[in-house]
Write a protein that binds this ligand. Structure first.
Ligand SMILES: Nc1nc2c(ncn2[C@@H]2O[C@H](COP(=O)(O)OP(=O)(O)OP(=O)(O)O)[C@@H](O)[C@H]2O)c(=O)[nH]1
Ligand SMILES: [Mg+2]
Length: 327
């Protein structure tokens, strides 16, 4: 064979090897049975909602590197079909090792497969024990759809009963200290945003500093509350004057992000790059800020009595965040 061709093949294989074997950044593992909704959750965070209906079953382990609070995170989406699950369990060091946080997704609407989901959950814990690691495990009771929550039916009561049961069962058999539970649905985007933000913020000591910075900013501009979000729809910090503001602001973040996305492909003339919405004598101000050219933007959503914030205040907030995240 041609020497250069051999060299090229070697190079490609080596690059593939690096991609396959090396974990870049902190590893977040998404696992669970096939059809549980793992890839849908990741796709929702990217706000690529139109793709969710056309997702195919994930083949093997799919990795994505993204930045969170200035650090690289590597998310591993382990395709859940039986043939892949067998493969993972045969090579735990390749798939489960170095896990910083595990997210175990259970489809709570598919009652027939709950025993199988529990059985694989036990297998996953077993792998962590074998590897002598103890990452926090976040169990997502997924497909907990708003349509079910809204109607106060027997179906909902049954579902809540099932979840309570599952929590007890999981706690009893696993003897695992760090297990956390979340109800999630792709049809309630904020349920995914909140769960993922909470999970990721917990592993970043910097998060407290950001929280303080946001609080000071909020008070300085006399706002009722402020939420800072990154481009992966993850909340990096927030401050609320009261519970009511928290509910209102948290609930509408997804809508502002999606609305903002609709302008993505339109060249922006104005330099302030913000949206203002009025409702009941209050003003929502949504502002896109860029901390550095090489990184995706951040977003600030705030609630105020007047529709104005001095742009210098946004600038100094941006500088502080930049200092915390990248210095
Ligand atoms: N009702 C409902 N359906 C959902 C939800 N999330 C995902 N789905 C649907 O569940 C199916 C499976 O979603 P995927 O994200 O491909 O599941 P997966 O866990 O990645 O499956 P594998 O890649 O095979 O492991 C798709 O038809 C989704 O549209 C949800 O919150 N509610
Ligand atoms: Mg998948």
């Amino acid at each position: 064979m041609n020497f250069y061709l051999t060299l090229l093949i070697f190079k490609v294989k080596f690059l593939e090897y690096l991609k396959e074997e090396k974990t870049i950044g902190q590893k977040i593992l998404f696992t669970g049975l096939d059809d549980a909704g793992k890839t849908s959750i990741i796709t929702a965070l990217k706000r690529e909602f139109s793709k969710i209906a056309f997702l195919k079953p994930t083949r093997g382990a799919q990795r994505r590197i993204f930045e969170f609070l200035g650090k690289e995170i590597s998310s591993w989406d382990l395709g859940g079909q039986l043939k892949y699950r067998i493969r993972y369990l045969k090579s735990p060091d390749k798939y489960f090792d170095n896990t910083e946080i595990a997210i175990y997704v259970i489809d709570v609407q598919n009652k027939l497969r709950i025993p199988e989901a529990i059985s694989y959950f036990k297998d996953v814990i077993e792998q962590f024990k074998k590897l002598m690691i103890e990452p926090p495990i976040c169990v997502f009771f997924h497909k907990f759809d708003p349509s079910l929550v809204k109607n106060d039916s027997n179906e909902l009561k049954e579902l809540n009963g099932l979840i309570t049961n599952l929590k007890e069962k999981i706690k009893t058999f696993s003897f695992y200290e760090k297990i956390y539970f979340y109800n999630t649905s792709v049809y309630d985007f904020s349920s995914i945003m909140k769960a993922m933000s909470e999970i990721l913020l917990a592993i970043f000591p910097k998060s407290q500093l950001i929280e303080k910075t946001i609080e000071e900013f909020s008070k300085k501009i006399s706002s009722d509350g402020v939420i800072a979000i990154d481009d992966n729809s993850l909340i990096i910090g927030s401050y609320f004057m009261d519970e009511k503001t928290k509910i209102i602001l948290s609930g509408c973040v997804p809508y502002f992000l999606t609305l903002n996305d609709s302008f993505k492909h339109i060249p922006i003339q104005s330099s302030d790059n913000q949206m203002i919405v009025q409702r009941f004598e209050k003003y929502f101000i949504f502002k896109q800020i860029s901390l550095r050219e090489s990184s995706p933007p951040y977003y600030i959503l705030l609630l105020k009595n007047i529709p104005h914030v001095n742009q210098e205040e946004f600038k100094s907030l941006g500088n502080l965040l930049k200092e915390i995240l990248y210095k």
